[in-house]
Design a protein around this ligand. Sequence first.
Ligand code: UDP
Ligand code: MG
Length: 314
Amino acid sequence: MKLSIVVPCYNEEESLPMFYSVTMKVLEGMDCSYEFVFVDDGSRDRTWAEIETLSDDDASVRGVHFSRNFGKEAALMAGLSESTGDCCVVLDCDLQHPPEKIPEMYSLWLDGYEIVEGVKSSRGQESALHRFAAHTFYSLISAATGFDMSSASDFKLLDRKAIDVLVGMQEKNAFFRALSSWIGFKTTTVTFDVQERMAGESKWSTAALTKYALRNITSFSTAPMQIVTFLGGVMLLVSVVMGIVALVQKIAGVALGGFTTVIILQLFSSSIIMISIGILGYYIARIFEEVKNRPMYIISKLCGGEKNDERPDC
Ligand code: UDP
Ligand code: MG
């Protein structure tokens, strides 16, 4: 039985050696063969050099280098498709996902579970605003997917069957956390405490998180488009009421005036129309992206592993 450890890394030169040594200790205590797949997501620091050093010293380490930063989801997918193990544990490089949980996940896999989800028992240190935003996002995404995602994380063990399904998906806007629930399979959970980031900074700005949230909600749900229908209904009601009022005023011979009402209605309806077109536009943009069928990521270099000689750029 072989276990793959897939790790997305973006500007993680400080965390990487520490991550490797901590995880290595855990793996050495386990009775299975293993491999590391580090995916360098276009880092601008010495992350790739660190990965190459590790792969020179340790044959179980392989590295994938992206031509630029494609984002964590792409890095995860690349790691999964490069992995060769019978099962695969995906975890962050900053030790926020405790590697000490790997043996527990692995033994659950041996018991026959095909997906073992890491569930956050606490969210670690965050600002109140971040907590609120995360809560709103997770409520929306849980409603959209129909799975409780409130304490879901990207810390997971996946069986080869699940990996093949995920890698085979043609979706470019993949939201790993939700997709791995959506595909089903025999699933169980292990809880973990989110640790403090050991070095460097979180790569997520508020703007990046908002974009991420919008993308993932729209990739899993068409509910925002139904809002357009709802707003149309509201406008219809308003127009019926206003129409009756206008008619009554006309019949009663007091139809003059009402300029303010006209202005308010005009502005109100045009805002709704524009918002609606915006929502539709957002979905059309997503369709456009999928239809162009560009790859989710581009690999510029590989290192380590047995297939070393066959690969260019190593
Ligand atoms: N990451 C990545 N590409 C990115 C951003 C992040 O591969 O564009 C990796 C990063 O190196 C880390 C993991 O994703 O291993 C989680 O990132 P981070 O710790 O910044 O996110 P947070 O823990 O704050 O959600
Ligand atoms: Mg982190």
